[in-house]
Design a protein around this ligand. Structure first.
Ligand SMILES: Cc1cc2nc3c(=O)[nH]c(=O)nc-3n(C[C@H](O)[C@H](O)[C@H](O)COP(=O)(O)OP(=O)(O)OC[C@H]3O[C@@H](n4cnc5c(N)ncnc54)[C@H](O)[C@@H]3O)c2cc1C
Ligand code: FES
Length: 258
């Protein structure tokens, strides 16, 4: 098992990206190890007597020079809400880096990235890290409405951006799997990568399998320890029951019993 660390980080930024999503940047007390897209950190929620377990968050950005990493936290329940209220200068305990990353594409490949809800962060990280020109990377971002979408215009440098919203207020109306890029061009891609709500990934996996395209998804099963001890994140796969926190969270869809 790769080495894990637990340390107190200092919060250096907490920025509201919209009403429900916050960018939280934290500074490590010592040099960060290499962290790749799809890997996550397990965060202790401070001053929250009724939130006992750490909460996992995908890494969104890493700056090895500044020794910082960032997460995008979407308010869902008590833990995420409390985290978005954290003051700059406060300490946060993180276990890191956890899980396995997405596989990287080859230089000549064309890829499709699909991010829904809180699954946006690892997709943006992968777009930046893939090393491919934006013309070879399509990125579909899905949310309920324009208000729920995180602004990512600067990512046009790394990917061709497409939006879907359930109410049609930004981009095409409907789910990401109903977006015209998804419904008409699937066979044009060498690889598809996705992270988002369970229903979205199951629908996407079905289409990718039918089209015979390589597809990796990052699962967001509920977790506790984050490093393979409590067994509360089990996912049935063709290789047996696997821990999403250590064997994933990234899986090839052909491994999953979906
Ligand atoms: C590998 C991994 C990476 C993650 N990355 C991010 C990220 O980058 N940004 C982000 O905002 N969140 C991410 N999450 C989700 C996050 O860890 C928390 O689950 C989420 O913030 C809810 O915690 P809470 O304490 O606010 O809600 P809780 O009070 O625990 O739950 C509130 C409600 O939401 C439901 N719920 C909780 N977690 C989930 C979930 N994962 N999927 C569906 N329903 C759920 C609960 O059943 C409950 O009904 C990730 C999860 C995993 C496993
Ligand atoms: S969260 Fe404990 S084993 Fe995966």
């Amino acid at each position: 098992m790769p080495k894990k660390f637990v340390a107190e980080f200092q919060v250096v930024e907490n920025i509201a990206l919209n009403t429900t999503n916050f960018l939280i940047k934290v500074k490590a007390p010592s040099d960060l190890p290499e962290i790749k897209p799809g890997q996550f950190v397990n965060v202790e929620i401070p001053e929250a007597q009724d939130v006992f377990l750490r909460r996992p968050f995908s890494v969104f950005e890493v700056d090895y020079k500044a020794n910082t990493l960032s997460m995008i936290v979407k308010i869902l329940g008590k833990g995420s809400k409390r985290l978005t209220e954290i003051e700059v200068g406060s300490k946060l305990s993180l276990v890191y880096p956890l899980g396995k990353s997405f596989s990287y594409p080859q230089k000549n490949e064309k890829i499709l990235l699909v991010g829904g809800g809180s699954g946006v962060a690892p997709m943006l990280f992968l777009a930046k890290e893939s090393g491919l020109p934006a013309a070879q990377v399509d990125l579909i971002l899905g949310a309920r409405s324009q208000e729920d979408h995180v602004k990512v215009d600067e990512y046009a440098e790394y990917a061709t951006l497409h939006y879907a919203s359930e109410d049609g207020s930004l981009g095409e109306k409907g789910f990401v799997t109903q977006h015209s890029v998804f419904t008409t061009k699937l066979n044009a891609y060498d690889k598809i990568y996705a992270c988002g709500p369970d229903g979205m990934m199951r629908a996407l996996a079905k289409e990718a399998k039918a089209a015979g395209v390589f597809c990796e998804v990052s699962l967001e099963n509920l977790m506790a320890c984050g490093f393979g001890v409590c067994l509360c994140c089990i996912e049935p796969t063709n290789k047996g029951n696997l821990c999403v926190c250590t064997d994933g969270p990234v899986f090839n869809v052909n491994e999953l019993k979906w």
